[in-house]
Design a protein around this ligand. Structure first.
Ligand code: SF4
Length: 345
């Protein structure tokens, strides 16, 4: 049983065909070859749902589009196309006033709390800002009372709320970021690599805090991480992202025990066996993540995939159902090949 277990079969968030494209920056090679209008498809045609009360883990290498997807869902980055439906409302078409109101319900916790905490403001001002923005405190005294209560809940001492961000450690700053995200009583939080910048011992404390708060406040998380151990520990379901696309998605037990996409299998090879029999044989992918300015044709993973065949280089695989709630996009699913077995042989 996973500590975050809690999906209730009611969709809170439904993302359909969501894309975020950017105009690519051109280097000398592009100018010489006349490639002037390269589009970077940072997030491309993503479909996913998040059930009320669950933790959907979003995993993939740095630069695969995870954070861009999280921000596009909240419209912190305006999507290029597609829809985000939150509790029955189409977030992508909300006018500025309605979007502001919706932001009270949909919040984000960032990876680097220091970079997003205003160094000239005290904790009381930083954490209290959402109350001001959304008119959630009748006066200064009430605001201060609410700030003190949420700061105490995330583990800060009462005397600390008049201090400035630079007076805190990394873990304490992340607690401030969590307090700011939660003070408006949201329902959905994008946790964008919230523990990646922290020491391992502090990571465990922050993860435990996020799980406690989720249970107490009935929260739903999209939890972004490049660390499969973290995702495997707390997620109910997992979505695996590669070059702007989701290549596999399913219940965490299935993804850990029976990963079907070769990319997922390579990620899982970094995780120790559940029976503690030791680490699996590590599958090292050849090559780096291709440049998003010149993505591979066909399956975007074909330049690094040990199982690639001719079709992979020209045809993008469709998403197929491979088990209950479990989907993957690969031309060779029917062959039930596993890189893990080959690597362990
Ligand atoms: Fe590998 Fe081909 Fe499957 Fe892509 S479609 S993951 S290249 S086998």
């Amino acid at each position: 049983m996973h500590p975050g277990r809690g999906g209730g079969n009611v969709s809170l968030l439904k993302v359909e065909g969501l894309s975020k494209h950017y105009q690519g920056k051109h280097g000398l090679f592009d100018r010489l070859t006349g490639a002037r209008h390269t589009v970077v498809r940072a997030v491309n045609e993503i479909d996913l749902t998040v059930e009320k009360g669950e933790i959907l883990g979003l995993i993939g290498e740095s630069g695969c589009g995870k954070s861009t997807l999280g921000r596009a869902i909240l419209r912190l980055h305006e999507p290029t196309s597609g829809t985000v439906n939150f509790d029955g409302a189409n977030v992508t078409t909300l006018d500025p006033a309605a979007l502001k109101a919706m932001r009270r319900r949909m919040q984000i916790i960032f990876q680097d709390p220091y970079a997003c905490l205003n160094p000239r403001r005290t904790v009381a001002e930083i954490v209290g800002l959402p109350l001001k923005l959304h008119g959630l405190a009748a006066n200064e005294a009430e605001q201060r009372e609410k700030v003190a209560a949420i700061c105490a809940r995330v583990g800060l001492k009462p005397g600390q709320i008049d201090r400035y961000p630079h007076q805190f450690s990394g873990g304490q700053r992340q607690r401030i970021g969590i307090a700011r995200a939660l003070i408006s009583h949201p329902e959905f939080i994008v946790c964008d690599e919230p523990v990646s910048a922290l020491d391992v011992s502090i990571q465990a404390q922050i993860i435990a805090l996020l799980l406690e708060l989720k249970r107490e406040m009935g929260l739903t998380y999209l939890f972004i991480s490049h660390d499969i151990s973290v995702i495997g520990y707390l997620a109910d379901r997992v979505a695996v992202m590669y070059m702007g696309q989701i290549v596999e998605m399913g219940p965490v037990e299935q993804i850990l025990a029976n990963p079907r996409h070769p990319y997922t299998q390579s990620l899982m090879s970094a995780v120790p066996e559940v029976d503690h029999s030791g680490p699996r044989k590590r599958i090292k992918l050849s090559g780096d993540l291709p440049s998003p300015l010149r993505p591979p044709t066909g399956c975007k993973f074909h330049t690094r995939c040990p199982l690639a065949v001719d079709a992979c280089r020209s045809q993008q695989p469709d998403i197929e159902t491979v088990g209950p709630g479990h989907t993957a996009a690969c031309h060779r699913l029917a062959e039930k090949l596993t890189l893990l077995d080959e690597a362990s042989a």
